[in-house]
Write a protein that binds this ligand. Structure first.
Ligand SMILES: [Zn+2]
Length: 448
């Protein structure tokens, strides 16, 4: 009787997810360019209370958990859900806006669009669309820019909380060189940021990021106050932009004539820590890279945005060799796709132009376990080690005619393995390849 009760309880508590299971082992951190993969072609995960209980071969797991219900994804690839470390939620409407480079693009498209987010109803509707779009693309966690409006930050945290997804966002600070309607008084921004941190940081899976738009938009006093906040709440993050575009770098020289370089502007304010993610970092000096490496700050490489806005070619190899942690991110709406698969494809091409072949393992590591590590969340997410949160995406590598032909060819020539399958997804994949996305074991998206 006791035994039967125990079995019944197990049935309720556990579920098996069956498919081809792929992730990276923790020792990948030793060299992100050569992460250590783990693959079970006939694999399974056991999930309990939103966390991974076990990973292994399906047959062994089935034997151990004979009556536990099973979700079947046979023949499909199950990988840790993607983590987008740089994206702007209020820019989803202006994706693909024509003809400008960074500074003009912000003025003509981004600033006007962001004004609408003062309205909480509007912000909430767009936050919902934003999160749905993430799930549709296999992304379950993100570090997102919001706007200068606290209503917009509340809306995104509220929507994310409804799905129990990991959301990192924060109030954008800007007190100069922007649209008048988006200028915020620094004291007000400080007060609102404190309130938002107290309301959302570490509540459920939500985490707060102090968010200067970039140093052009924030004067010295504003940056200093943000650094003060970061030291008052040292487990918050910092997210901002760094050295994206030539004109921007030039403006920084004029606005901060005393600073040795761009990074020093943030350093002086106390914003360069191991909890900072700087988007882009294309035009950095050796000294800036060295200092970033020393502090453990990360760079989010956003290839579709860099190409679309003509910002330049990010030197992934150079930056990695300097010891800087790198993630790969979409930067929507300067970036042109929510799909991190498509983004990895563009990252490959950007590196090809610089004679560096970005291997699929390195690429996928930088949007899964590597991204979790950059966020200091690798003890909670990023791979399928037992105890980690069960955020995962189910991928089908053969949804288009060309993908099917490609895989048939590889199979026929005995070259089909998980690396070539992942590379196919990296180069030809997009949201069509996402079969389902799960957050804490629960299905939040399924493709019909
Ligand atoms: Zn950005």
């Amino acid at each position: 009787m006791q035994n039967r009760k125990l079995l019944e309880k197990m049935k309720d508590m556990f579920k098996i997810i069956r498919g081809e299971i792929f992730d990276f082992l923790a020792e990948s951190e030793l060299d992100a360019s050569q992460p250590v993969p783990r693959f079970f072609s006939e694999g399974a995960l056991v999930v309990s209370a939103g966390k991974v209980e076990e990973i292994g071969y399906y047959n062994n797991i089935r034997e151990k958990y004979p009556d536990v219900p099973c979700e079947q994804y046979s023949g499909k690839l199950i990988v840790p859900a993607f983590i987008d470390t740089h994206i702007h939620y209020p820019q989803i409407e202006i994706i693909g806006s024509f003809g400008c480079q960074l500074v003009d693009w912000l003025k003509h498209y981004a600033f006007p669009a962001e004004k609408s987010f003062k309205d909480p109803v509007y912000a909430r509707a767009l936050a919902e669309l934003f999160v749905q779009e993430l799930f549709k693309n296999g992304t379950a966690s993100c570090m997102a820019f919001s706007t200068v409006h606290k209503e917009a930050v509340d809306a995104l945290f509220e929507v994310a909380s409804g799905y129990n997804m990991r959301m990192i966002t924060g109030l954008v600070w800007m007190n100069r060189h922007g649209d008048a309607a988006l200028m915020d008084d620094t004291k007000n921004a400080y007060r609102e940021t404190r309130e938002l941190i107290e309301r959302w940081h570490k509540k459920g899976r939500n985490l707060y990021a102090i968010t200067p738009r970039f140093a052009i938009s924030c004067d010295e006093a504003s940056l200093e106050l943000q650094g003060k906040l970061h030291s008052e709440f040292p487990d918050t993050y910092v997210q901002t932009h760094l050295s994206e575009n030539d004109q921007e770098v030039q403006m920084i020289r004029t606005l901060f004539p005393e600073a040795e370089d761009y990074l020093e502007v943030y350093e002086k304010a106390g914003l360069v820590t191991n909890r900072a993610i700087f988007a882009h970092g294309i035009h950095l000096s050796d000294s800036e890279l060295e200092r970033l490496a020393k502090t453990g700050a990360s760079i989010a490489h956003c290839p579709t945005s860099n190409l679309f806005l003509g910002s330049g070619l990010f030197g992934l190899k150079r930056t990695h060799e300097a010891g800087v942690q790198i993630t790969i991110a979409t930067d929507v709406g300067g970036g042109t796709s929510f799909s991190l698969l498509r983004t990895l494809g563009e990252a490959y091409k950007v590196q090809q132009l610089q004679k560096y072949a970005l291997k699929p393992f390195e690429a996928f590591y930088r949007i899964t376990l590597g991204a979790a590590r950059a966020l200091h969340l690798d003890h909670l997410m990023g791979n399928f080690d037992p105890g980690k949160e069960a955020d995962f995406v189910v991928l089908d590598g053969a949804v288009t005619t060309l993908q099917k032909l490609r895989l048939e060819f590889l199979n026929r020539t005995h070259s089909l393995d998980v690396e070539s399958l992942l590379f196919g997804l990296q180069i030809t994949g997009d949201d069509r390849n996402v079969v389902a996305t799960h957050v804490m074991g629960e299905k939040v998206y399924v493709r019909f």
